[in-house]
Structure formats: C-alpha cells, structure tokens
Ligand binder design. Structure first.
Ligand code: GAR
Length: 190
C-alpha cells in the first residue's frame, strides 16, 4: 500500500474525496498525513474527524520559505510518504522539496492549463467570458501550474455564473482526482 500526504490550505473537499474513495475501495492508498498552512482551514477538522495526523506549517512561524519547506520535507519523510497530493494548497513548493519527490507530486487546478495559471482561475476565465471551463491534474514542477499535464476534463456552459461553474468543477474534481491518483499508484506497482 502506498502512502500519500495531502497538502491543503482551505475547505478540503478534494481531501474529503480522497478519504471517501479510500473508504469505498476506489483508492488503494493510505493517507498518512495532512500538511496545512492555515490554522483556520476546515481541512484540519476533516483530518481530525478521520484520525489523520496534521502538521501545520504557517508562513509566519518560519524564518524563510526554504526553512519551512525543509521542515515539510522532513515531516513527509517521517510519514514515509510515497506521493504528495496537492489539493487546494495555495503555496508554491521550493525546488528542494520538488526534487525530493520526482514525478511524485501532483496538483489539481481549476482551469484548462496553460490557460489561467495561479490564483482565481475561475474568475480569470469568467473575465474572458469563456464558455469552456475545466480542470487539470498535473505533475508539480518549479513553475506556477506549469508541470506536465496528466489529465484534463473540460465542460461547456452558457451559464456564466461563478457558483454554477464552481459547483460543476468541484463535482468533476471529486470524481476525477482520486481516480487519477489511484491510476498513478497502480501503474507504479505493475
Ligand atoms: C479546488 O477547486 C482546486 O482545484 C483549487 O482549489 C480548490 C480547493 O478546493 N486549486 C487551485 O486553485 C490551485 N492553484 P477544496 O479545498 O475544497 O479541495
């Protein structure tokens, strides 16, 4: 069984989708810990409810980003992580951390990359009055949402309304992300 560590900064619905997929036998992995950078994040409560260890790394508590990412790496290694799964983690990882897990760090982003990298991808797409939205699951490299694409799921809508689009996106994310992580893990084991 492979060990995964989830990185989340906020609500953690994708984290919950991983927990649920494991419970339903759809993701063959163990979540050995949650890395979180915000003490108020609901993801922490989800971890507590499910007995998953949490390591909180708040920016203000560390002298530098590199020092913080060294501590995060140390924690992931302590948990014997095989895969790092970013699920709404709103910070870039240091090269040192990325290099410690080559092709074993994955992120989900709510746009069809390379369009709309960075913050508020849905808002960026809405500003362009796009009719095609979607998500991208990709390996993490040192750029901002620039890593090799694994899967993209597009959908079309003429309802240019943030709530509608975000609801649809989340549904697709929750179906797709655990399945993709499971596929990566299974492919690695054969
Ligand atoms: C998700 O929609 C994810 O695609 C996005 O944050 C949301 C987290 O939701 N990620 C990014 O924007 C990364 N740049 P969640 O906390 O409910 O899983």
């Amino acid at each position: 069984m492979k060990n995964i560590v989830i990185f989340a900064s906020g609500f953690g619905s994708n984290f919950q989708a991983m927990i649920d997929a494991i419970k339903h036998g759809k993701l063959h992995a163990t979540i050995v810990g949650l890395i979180c950078d915000r003490s108020g994040a609901y993801a922490i409560e989800r971890a507590r409810i499910n007995g998953i260890p949490v390591a909180l790394f708040e920016r203000s508590a560390s002298p530098s980003k590199v020092e913080m990412d060294k501590a995060i790496l140390n924690q992931c290694q302590g948990w014997q992580a095989d895969w790092l799964v970013l699920a709404g983690y709103m910070r870039l990882l240091s090269p040192m951390l990325i290099q410690a897990y080559p092709r074993h760090i994955v992120n989900i982003h709510p746009s069809l990359l390379p369009k709309y990298r960075g913050l508020d991808a849905v808002g960026q797409a809405l500003n362009q009055k796009d009719s095609i939205y979607g998500l991208t699951i990709h390996y993490v490299d040192e750029g901002m949402d620039t890593g090799e694409i694994i899967v993209q799921v597009p959908f079309e809508t003429d309802q240019l309304d943030r709530d509608h689009i975000e609801k649809r996106l989340h549904q697709l994310e929750h179906q797709t992300y655990p399945a993709v992580i499971n596929k990566l893990i299974v492919e690695e084991s054969v």
